[in-house]
Design a binder for this molecule. Structure first.
Ligand code: HEM
Length: 287
């Protein structure tokens, strides 16, 4: 297994999750008619995320094309590249994803301001498109759709939480952030519920139709991922059910604890996504 590529794949997931989740959460706040608090992603941050996603999309394309053709990455010929690009669903999705990200880069460069709705739309499409090469998509026809829901729900959780943490840190003591926290509590809970249901369905789709025994290393990676995901959910529940109500009553200690708890939740999320990068590259079945 190529560890460097697994890490690149995790970075790809994370860039698109921040674009999608950060943009979608900023849009939700905007829809409520209040001034959008400072802390949502700025134009320069969006530019950085889009540029990184473009490079990682190219890397994913050439790496997968090399794997499909059985050639090494540096032995890919223009003919093979052309066939993967035009004759496979993966190639088509990668081309659309690249074109949309390039369009988003142009909008950001020409517009000179942040564009939350475009980031949510292009980031969301590109994130869901990564499900085309998932193990679930290879197992059954609807597997790709289930994996796409899993990715989008995880993206909203991680991207939205990153924006929320900045708002809470910048708006110390302000009234507006309680409202922002409650908005995230509602939508974040829906996202986590969808993530868990789609994650369990994902595992069943991969394991149930397969013949033979599951691979020990795949199951171990999945096991670690589930334990960390359970810690993330426990932190999210503590924030929602204990810390936010205490903050609403003016408990200043709860403020600082909430910042630490959200930071830990994001750190665990990054590790979970790195494990997902390795899971995607290891075979679920013992050979
Ligand atoms: C109950 C919790 C969860 C379950 C049961 C679950 C299950 C799964 C399964 C079975 C896969 C497919 C692995 C493969 O293709 O080999 C997967 C992929 C993935 N999971 Fe989860 N997961 C959970 C929580 C999370 C969380 C909390 C995150 C991130 C915050 C996350 C992010 C991902 C990502 C990025 C992928 C890769 C998708 C792809 O390759 O297309 N998961 N998950």
């Amino acid at each position: 297994m190529n560890a460097v590529y697994a890490l690149a794949q995790a970075a790809h997931f994370l860039c698109l999750m921040l674009l999608f989740g950060g943009g979608a959460f900023a849009l939700l706040l905007k829809r409520q008619g209040r001034a959008v608090p400072s802390g949502v992603f700025t134009r320069n941050e969006q530019l950085g995320l889009v540029a990184a996603a473009l490079v990682l999309t190219l890397l994913a394309f050439f790496h997968t094309a090399a794997a499909m053709s059985g050639e090494g990455l540096f032995r890919l010929t223009p003919g093979v590249t052309h066939r993967v690009l035009f004759d496979t669903r993966f190639g088509y999705m990668a081309a659309v994803q690249f074109a949309l990200l390039l369009g988003l880069l142009a909008i950001l460069l020409l517009w000179h301001r942040s564009v939350q709705a475009w980031c949510a739309a292009v980031g969301g499409f590109s994130l869901a498109a990564l499900a085309v090469t998932s193990h679930a998509a290879a197992a059954i026809a609807v597997g790709g759709a289930v994996d796409a829901v899993h990715l989008l729900a995880a993206g909203f959780w991680i991207g939205g939480l990153a924006v929320l943490l900045r708002i809470v840190m910048r708006d110390k003591g302000g009234d507006g952030r309680l409202h922002v926290l409650r908005t995230f509590s509602l939508w974040g809970t829906l996202a986590v519920a969808a993530l868990v249901v789609a994650g369990i369905a994902n595992a069943m789709i991969i394991l149930l139709p397969a013949e033979g025994a599951p691979s020990y290393s795949w199951l171990t990676l999945l096991g670690f991922k589930l334990v960390l995901a359970a810690f993330m959910i426990a932190l999210a529940l503590t924030n929602r059910l204990s810390l936010v109500p205490r903050m609403a009553e003016g408990d200043t200690e709860a403020d600082q604890t909430l910042v630490w708890s959200m930071t830990a939740e994001i750190a665990l999320g990054v590790i979970v996504v790195i494990l997902a990068g390795f899971l995607g590259l290891s075979s679920p079945m013992a050979s």
